[in-house]
Design a binder for this molecule. Structure first.
Ligand SMILES: [Zn+2]
Ligand SMILES: [Zn+2]
Length: 307
């Protein structure tokens, strides 16, 4: 019986209090207090049990989920959990302090540093200047593969007007024309860069100092195990900005169809909102796909999903 101890304690308290009352007062004057005390016993038992239940049920809510230990995120362990085909390396930038030097060739935010002067790209849907997001090195043996050494520039339209949704210009869909990603190849001879501060860009610029690899994982089709879900979330936390690897979809799988040249398109870059002034719809994620044949310098496309 769950309430037995509490009831017993309440009875002992009542007996002690009654004894004291009978000693101090004549029986007829003590009687109403004795009866009142007797009625209060079930109320006290109920109140104490209720309090105990509340503290017991409140406890799991305040305890955070156990963190995934670092050794669970090794490539070896992830291959055991997701299978051989479910793990592939991605590259993660190690960023320097803000602001980045203006001539930093690999950067997130800040003004673009072009290898050759170019007119600031405009949105094909609304005509406004696109916002510069990042520029990253490409090359035959780099994580961002291209047939020649150069830089990939990523721009997207930030004309997002929440009051009038129709006038917003969201590049949530691939091939919508509200973004531009293109490569400039490195000229032979001395490097002359053009830092262009004339168009919209993220206020804070940070240089990429180096790249390190981290495994990215793919959830199996269908329902995953609880272990797969928690490991996938922990992996995704480390991959807020990644080159290569698997796409981590916020909504459903939106792998775009083949390039106009017939070659399949592949994921080359994926990033979350990493500065306050980059709007991807709130907790959104952008995906940059490239023609796997890299048939042209502008055979790159960006689209994003939002939670
Ligand atoms: Zn636009
Ligand atoms: Zn192509």
């Amino acid at each position: 019986m769950k309430n037995f101890r509490v009831t017993l304690i309440a009875l002992i308290v009542w007996t002690a209090a009654s004894g004291a009352l009978v000693v101090l007062l004549p029986l007829e004057r003590a009687m109403p207090f004795l009866l009142l005390g007797l009625c209060l016993i079930p109320v006290a038992v109920f109140a104490i049990e209720r309090l105990r239940d509340m503290t017991l049920t409140a406890r799991p809510d305040t305890t955070p989920a156990p963190p995934v230990p670092p050794e669970a995120l090794t490539e070896e362990h992830l291959r055991r959990v997701f299978g051989e085909g479910g793990v592939t390396p991605a590259w993660v930038p190690r960023l320097g302090p803000a602001p980045a030097p203006v001539d930093a060739l690999e950067r997130l935010g800040g003004p673009p540093a072009f290898l050759a002067p170019v007119e600031w790209p405009r949105c094909q849907r609304c005509g406004t200047q696109l916002t510069f997001v990042t520029q990253l090195a490409v090359g035959p043996v780099r994580p961002l593969r291209y047939r020649e050494e150069g830089l990939l520039y990523v721009f997207l339209c930030q004309r997002v007007e929440s009051e009038k949704e129709d006038s917003g210009c969201l590049c949530q869909d691939v091939d919508s024309g509200a973004e531009r990603c293109f490569v400039q190849t490195r000229p032979s001879g001395p490097l002359a860069i053009t830092v262009d501060s004339s168009g919209p860009r993220l206020a804070r610029g940070r240089a990429v100092e180096s790249w390190e690899t981290a495994p990215s994982v793919r959830m199996p089709s269908g329902v995953g195990t609880p272990e797969q879900y928690s490991l996938s979330a922990a992996v995704s936390d480390r991959l807020e900005f990644q080159v290569g690897g698997f796409a981590e979809w916020i909504q459903g799988d939106e792998t775009p169809g083949p390039c106009a040249c017939g070659a399949p398109r592949e994921l080359v870059l994926q990033f979350d909102e990493f500065e306050e002034d980059l709007n991807l719809g709130g907790a959104g994620r952008a995906y940059v796909y490239a023609c796997s044949a890299r048939h042209a310098p502008d055979a790159f496309w960006l689209f994003w999903q939002t939670a």
